[in-house]
Design a protein around this ligand. Structure first.
Ligand code: NOJ
Length: 473
């Protein structure tokens, strides 16, 4: 076995980094863009930490060429970005040439810099105008999504080969519509389940349409997947809590896509919501159209118990208490006791081997699993700037340890073909605003100056080293 990390990845492994439109672009009302649900949500009192908004973010809209130049300097091979529906089709009314032109220039800059563009169509920022018609709870939104995808393809399809329909639909369905902590901030279980099914449908319809438009595209989806760990592996109550959450958070997303069916045990858990009435004839066939890759976003495991937390136990992940985690689980007491592992600034427990376990489990469970890409992995820590340097040793340790875990999974048979560090640059961390920094590049929010952190420099060295012949041993 190679003893150096750089020797452990297959030829052609893609090294990238990722970001998303609403988190970095800013220019929320420029170039014809109108409100997305996140612009609107951010104006609601107490929705976002410190009253932060995505209005300016890290001003990437105006600084894009310099940002791409920095990516090139760091040696990134691919950049995963998202297009904003509300910029491409403001209010979902018409195709905004100026909005599309921004992404066209971005793609040109990337190609010029020899960086593979990896496009995501939906990273949570629905036009607010569609939300006012019910958003993803409205089946019609799935068909609107296809029209939006076609508009983006028309402009970029000649240069972009990798297309991701959705990023983390768990967050943009259940967490936004039931958990209430993400836009649109609803706490309506019926709307959440409808959003879940309609996003799947939109994925399937758009996949089919994109393939009709070009036959050489790589089309896939990115899911956030976790290991649902029973707190006490011999306690049936904890085991059942973990099964329910594995069903709701992992299998309700994986299985309609890969197996063309929703998991029977979850449908049973959801009986009182009559989920199946949402599923029309032919939907599952559309949803399970083959995909070319599965993007896996993974940050931490989830430890579940079916019992109340012991007295004095910390409430769980910071700073929003994620009370929504008990939705639909049929118990008042699905809790997330900590396992005593080190934690990031999000309160997320660090367990790199969980990523290996997840990748191997996916590989063993689904015969038709397409190639995998880690489309997000990374960590928030409270960075300190000292003499203009950010020595974010903890973040690099986190990334490095997870890369070892990916390499271990590959050795155990997982077909993982790339890794995208989340995130290229500090940015708007949704309900947590600008407090939480995940970037490998630091942003001074006063001056907008960008400074690569130690993690960026180390990542860059690793990318270079993987191009060297692998050492023997
Ligand atoms: C998942 C999301 O896709 C991304 O937008 C977010 O910033 C990271 N996780 C970190 O929470």
């Amino acid at each position: 076995m190679a003893t150096r990390l750089e020797g452990r990845f297959p030829d052609g492994f893609i090294w990238g980094s990722a970001a998303a439109a609403a988190q970095i672009e800013g220019a929320a009302a420029e170039g014809g863009k109108e409100d997305s649900i996140w612009d609107h949500f951010a104006r609601q009192p107490l929705a976002i930490a410190n009253g932060d908004t995505p209005a300016v973010a890290v001003d990437h809209y105006h600084r894009m060429p310099a940002d791409v130049a920095l990516m090139k300097e760091l040696g990134l091979q691919s950049y995963r970005f998202s297009t904003s529906w509300a910029r491409v089709k403001p209010g979902d009314r018409f195709v905004n040439a100026e909005g599309l032109d921004f992404y066209s220039r971005l793609v040109d800059e990337l190609l010029e810099a020899d960086i593979l563009p990896w496009l995501t169509l939906y990273h949570w920022d629905l036009p607010q105008a569609l939300q006012e018609l019910g958003g993803w709870a409205n089946r019609d939104t799935a068909f609107r999504f296809v029209d939006y995808a076609v508009a983006v393809h028309e402009k970029l399809g000649d240069r972009v080969r990798h297309w991701t329909t959705f990023n983390e639909p768990l967050c943009s369905s259940l967490i936004g519509y039931v958990g209430g902590e993400h836009a649109p901030g609803l706490t309506d279980p019926y709307a959440g389940l409808a959003a879940l099914h309609h996003q799947h449908l939109a994925h399937g319809l758009a996949t089919r349409q994109l393939r009709e438009l070009s036959d050489d595209l790589q089309v896939g989806i990115t899911l956030n997947l976790t290991n649902a760990v029973p707190n006490n592996p011999t306690d049936p109550v904890d085991i059942d809590a973990a099964r329910r959450l594995d069903g709701l958070w992992n299998r309700m997303y994986l299985e309609p896509l890969l197996l063309g069916a929703y998991p029977a045990d979850v449908l049973e858990d959801l009986r009182e919501y009559d989920f199946e009435r949402l599923v029309h004839d032919g939907d599952l066939e559309t949803i399970s159209a083959p995909i070319d890759f599965l993007g896996v976003n993974h940050y931490h495991d989830d430890n579940f118990s079916g019992h109340p937390l012991p007295e004095g136990h910390p409430p769980g992940k910071a700073p929003t208490a994620r009370q929504g985690r008990s939705w639909f689980v049929g118990s008042e007491h699905v809790t997330s006791p900590t396992r005593g592992l080190p934690q990031t600034a999000m309160g997320w427990e660090v367990n790199p081997d969980g990523l290996r376990e997840l990748l191997v489990r996916l590989t063993r469970t689904y015969d038709n699993l397409p190639p995998l890409y880690i489309t997000e992995n990374g960590a928030a820590y409270d960075d300190v700037v000292v003499d203009g340097r950010i020595d974010d040793v903890e973040r690099w340790d986190y990334i490095r340890a997870h890369l070892w875990a990916v390499a271990d999974a590959i050795e155990e048979g997982a077909d993982v073909r790339g890794y995208f560090a989340w995130t290229f640059i500090d940015n708007f961390e949704w309900a947590w605003g600008y407090d939480k920094r995940f970037g490998i590049v630091h942003v001074d929010y006063e001056t907008m100056e960008r400074t690569p952190k130690l993690s960026a420099l180390r990542y860059s060295q690793l990318i270079v080293a993987t191009r060297e012949p692998a050492p023997v041993g």
